[in-house]
Design a protein around this ligand. Sequence first.
Ligand code: SAM
Length: 213
Amino acid sequence: MRLRNIPGAKDELKQYPNIVVHDPSQHKGSWKKVFNNENPIHVEVGTGKGQFLVGMSELHPHINFIGIEKYDSVLLRALEQVKDLDRPNLKFLNEDVADILNFFNKGELERLFINFTDPWPKNRHEKRRLTYKGFLEMYEQILVDGGEIHFKTDNQGLFEYSLESFSGYGMTLHNVSLDLHRSGIKGNVMTEYERKFSRKGMRIYRCESKFRS
Ligand code: SAM
């Protein structure tokens, strides 16, 4: 996501410890205590400006949501959306997804969302794609048995790559859509990229993939 660097963004994020959790490794294994309930936890990796999770957390008050975004200036835009809302089931981490095993224990999460992740089209950058098998290995460790990844993208090449990556890893594929907005799906919450691309008439690809239970 292209966004100019906002001076002081990191310090601003620190002003809201109830929304942006600092040093998340401290809470590894005890996120239910952070949320103060036993509800399932869903995580969006590469959350951007947070529009998806703001919508999801309103629609599903009995699910806890965590968004992970590595750029502080981008996350600040998410914070601006939520800081005046009463949304106890939504938290953000200003972290790199590559470090996700430091933040969650085995089986601590029920579901993961990957929305409009950077496609990294060059072969030599394959390992950076958030659907690369190296990331799937990490996700499998922190999701419950049979945990799911819900994936959306506008990028056909990344979609094809990801379907192969999921099934090559032994995951099963469900509800695969090659044109989400014409599929009649109910309850879809749009991300900021989804809104932007669909306004341009681009089709949105979506699938759910499930680890072995
Ligand atoms: N999910 C949002 C959406 O659908 O509108 C944002 C999509 S944007 C193309 C991808 C976002 O993922 C960017 O904000 C980028 O900084 C973030 N991102 C990419 N790789 C990441 C990583 N390894 N860890 C954390 N965030 C990452």
